[in-house]
Design a protein around this ligand. Sequence first.
Ligand code: NAI
Ligand code: MG
Length: 359
Amino acid sequence: MKIAILPGDGIGTEIVAEAVKVLKVLDLPFEMETAPVGGAAYEAAGHPLPDSTLALAKAADAVLFGAVGDWKYDTLERRLRPEQAILGLRKELGLFANFRPAICYPELTHASSLKPELVAGLDILIIRELTGDIYFGQPRGRRTAVDGHFPGSEEAFDTMRYSRPEIERIAHVAFQAARKRNRKVTSVDKANVLETFQFWKDVVTEVHAQYPDVELEHMYVDNAAMQLVKAPKKFDVVVTGNMFGDILSDEAAMLTGSIGMLPSASLNAANQGLYEPSHGSAPDIAGKGIANPLATILSAAMMLKFSLNQPEAAARIEAAVQSVLSQGLRTADIYSEGTRKVSTREMGDAVVAALTGAT
Ligand code: NAI
Ligand code: MG
């Protein structure tokens, strides 16, 4: 089992170190190799995604990714910015399905921005399509308007596009994921206004015919945004396009207490995947040793489950995370009175101790 370890920038290096520590005590035959990515790679090799890093990622069964970016790179031309590394990896590895589970641990119910009773026991899965939509649709650009409300004025435009195969494959992913959960999929669209999403709705409905055991519900994105804060537990699997998924997954993240708790997986057709916390490089707290490593540790658990066929090891990590929370250990982002504040490293050590029974 080959794992490419790409820590990146800022807290990326701190949190990935803890996840690697956790993977090492599992005593499984992993081959882990580390390579620079993002700003770190730009400094070392003049490019955020050097060929050697990309080659390592492609040859691996899975990639464990920290985070990239720092304000100091904001003035670089776009192709050299750290964030291009993650876009490049998604494209080169064909990662089209982004899984973001939003789980509210019982100990963190009060850290949520919603009332505890709305999030107690929350366990939903947002699946975001990653390759299509208005993010990549051509044509795009700037021009002088020839029609519209202000002909002759400067305008910018993007194109929202989805092809049938793109929708079909993400729909299959969603229905199959639902089969392993509570057999309910909510497909989020804007079919009332956008042709792209009427097509989305039609194709998802067609694919659903192959999954009669899974319930399918369609919801407009504006209503979905509302329902997520009104009654989030009514969802099980939510599947949606690239842009709606970007927004709704961040909204769902907030229900759970801290972005430092949220793992993610991005998969391709061969179940090869890139696993990373949902957050960024957090330059505001980088180097202080206070970042929450649990999102990254839980991402490593997703990696074991989805790409490395080690569901038992994944479950052990998840139980260890649950255990350290039950013990009252908290990094600063999830700290509350009556719990014990720990550093990034102490949190990683506690997970290792829970795994090895050395508590
Ligand atoms: P961010 O997620 O890095 O930070 C947002 C806030 O959450 C900050 O206050 C930060 O301290 C806090 N935070 C994030 N992760 C945490 C953790 N594990 N423990 C405790 N607190 C945590 O987002 P921001 O500030 O918008 O972006 C910072 C940089 O990260 C930018 O350069 C951005 O482009 C990049 N970024 C990279 C991503 C990636 O590598 N996939 C994703 C999102 C942002
Ligand atoms: Mg986002």
